[in-house]
Each structure stands twice: as C-alpha cells, then as structure tokens.
Design a protein around this ligand. Sequence first.
Ligand code: GLY
Ligand code: MN
Ligand code: MN
Length: 433
Amino acid sequence: MDEQLYKSRRTTYLARMKKRSIALFFSAPLKTRSNDTEYPYRQDSDFYYLTGFKEDNSVLLLIKEKNSTQEILFVQKKDPTLELWTGKRLGEKEAKKRFLVDKVYTTEELHVRVNNSLLGKKKFYLDLVCEEKNLLHVRKLIKKRVKKSLYKKSTLHVRDISQKMRAIKTSHEIELIKKALMITKDAHHKVMAMPKIGRFEYELQAEFEYEFKKNGAYSDAYTTIIAGGDNGNTLHYINNSQKLIDTELILIDAGCEYEMYASDITRTIPVNGKFSEAQKEVYELVLATEMKVIETIQEGVLRSDLQLMARELLCEGMVALGILEGDVAELIKEEKDRKYFPHGIGHWMGLDVHDPCPYKDKKGREIPLADGMVMTIEPGLYLPLDDANLPEKYRGIAVRIEDNILVTKEGYENLSFGIAKTVEEIEALYSRT
Ligand code: GLY
Ligand code: MN
Ligand code: MN
C-alpha cells in the first residue's frame, strides 16, 4: 500500500485550496439492489484517489488555515456484531497507523468536528451535486455561519480540483490500466475464438465476466455490451438477451476494472468468424478512420480536431459506399453524417470509465492533449435495419472499434495495442477453434 502516494495527492489538493477553507470528500453510499440487499460496494473515485481507502461511511476533511493545513479521516467505528455480517472494518486505531493523515476519528464525530473546523473559514469545498444526509447537515452548519447572500460564493465544488488532478495519470496509474487491458485483451481473444452461432448474447457476456473475475479484476468497468446484428445500433445496448445469428456481426464493448482502474474496449466481429463483403466494407472504413485518428494524437492536439477528422473520414467513406450522397463538406456542415456517427470520438478514462476530468478550462477553452492523459478513440458507424434510405446490403450493420490511448511526450502509446482488430487477425483467431 503506497500511502505516500495518497498523501502527496492530498498535499497537492491542499496547495490548490484557498486559504481559510475546508474540503469534504465522502465515500460512496451503499446502494440498495432490492429490499435489504445491496449492490457490491464500489468506492467513490475522488475519495479513493485521495485516500486509497475502500470502506463506506468514511469522510475526508481537509483544512487549510492561513499558514497551516490539517488532514482528518473519519472511519466507521468497529462493531463486532455488524462485522459478523458484512466483514471486518479497519477501525479508528488501525486507520491511524495506516494513513498518513493528522487525525482519525469515527464517523460518529463528523458533525462536531466539522462544525469546529468551520470557525474563521471563508470557503467551503463541498460536493454541490450530492444529496447525502451528512452533507446536507454540513450545509446547514455552514449556512448558520455564512451570510445568506454569501453562501453561494463561499461554496465551491469539491471535485473540481481533484478531477483536474486526475487528468494526468502517473506511471502507477498507467500500470494499473495496462493490467486491466491485459485481462480485457485475453477475454476478447477468447470470445473471438469461440464458436458463437446459435449462442445467446448473455453467454458471451458471461465469458467476459468469468475471465475478468478469474484474472483478478473486481468486475466489469461498465455493463458489457454484447450486441448481435441490429442491436448494435442501440448505442448502450445492455439487454444482451438475443440469439446470435450466423451471418451477423456482434458489437462487443467490454472492459474490466482492475484495482479501481478501467479499460474500455470495443471490437466488432462476425458471429461465424468471417466478414461478408458488405460488412467488410463498413468495417474497413471504421478501422481506417480509427487508426488514422490515433496516429495524429500528440500533445497540443484538441479532442475536437480528432472528432472533426473522424467525421470527415467517415463521411468521405460513406459517400464512396453510397450511404450518403453529396459534397462531404456540405454534408458535415448540415450534420447529415451525425445520423450514422452520432457520438463523440472518445473520452478520458481512468478511475472511471468516463473519467470526469475537465474538457474545457475556466474560460471555456478546450484543454489540449498533454503527456499523461488517457483517452479512448472509438469511431463507429450505425446503420439501422429499418432505415430505408440505406443501400439494402448495409442495413442492420453496426461497427464500433475502440482503443485506449496514452498521450506521451513523443506522441502517443496505444495501451490496448495487440488486441486483434484487422479483418485478418479477427478471422484468423476464429479459425483456431
Ligand atoms: N463503454 C462505454 C463507452 O465506450 O463509452
Ligand atoms: Mn466502450
Ligand atoms: Mn468508451
């Protein structure tokens, strides 16, 4: 456990806080699945980023005075009866030994301690979105101390600083993403190779979940998408309930989470192992687009440049295939291409699959790519079965190809390099069964 790492993140966070302020981070709440059973617990990403602690009912309080700082962690009280049911808790004493914070208290003391810390403070970094019970109470405490007219100005969103910090990944974070991707790669390759005709989408989902867990991943980083044929035209199809049909494609968007870090990989493969001519035409267009966009990645490039490039390449290709008609520039200006490529070229990835790091700075200017950022590149073409405007042979085809890219000083590193994606590689893997 590298406590120094989390300590240094808190130090950076504190350095960016205004003087005479406090910041409060809450652990994720438990989420009810039904009646008295809960979903498996997953820690809040910002809380984890600053503490490395995975228990619920915990709070981090950072205090910045004029010339000093204090870090306080609140943890669940030891409770042998409850621990019998839900597992061991670290408790106050062990937490004090482990975490490099100034003080540890039980969460029962939160309100009193926070109230004491408010004295003389002018700024309050809180989660301005969350409605957690404890947080509502803290807001009340602050409202008692701050003039009503100043309340809005005094409260700042606590995640703004941490999510900005999270944009640049350390080598340790990149190693965890790479580990997640190794597991994800093996799972994709296993599913590419297995016989699939007549199997159900959920059977493939089960293979992914099995491979993820078996190899030490906590879970999937998002619900696996196994979309046979026209189902791929529903962007976030997660029903995974249909039978796979011999001549169709399967769009598979699946990535595991390893030690809290995501991977996010899409591959589109033929059910029977061989692309038809029409499928290949669409596939090669998306693949060429993906590879060309990746090749342009380097520091200083804007995500909107990548988006426009993908749109132009896909649009040109769609005109060549007879999917769209007209002048490419005109079609893009009129957003006609968006009908078949309706989503973004990619997103930040890290502790969250869609890492909530900012895309724009305070002035609304786009943040250029920089060394240490990790993003997905995921162009796609979605050609619905019921779209009578499409050439018949393309109806019901959906293709997305997605890789995870690290921006480096030299340009980029494709962290998911080696996951089969050319037609030849995919067909060869299937024929090995
Ligand atoms: N897996 C969700 C996405 O690609 O954004
Ligand atoms: Mn994805
Ligand atoms: Mn993605």
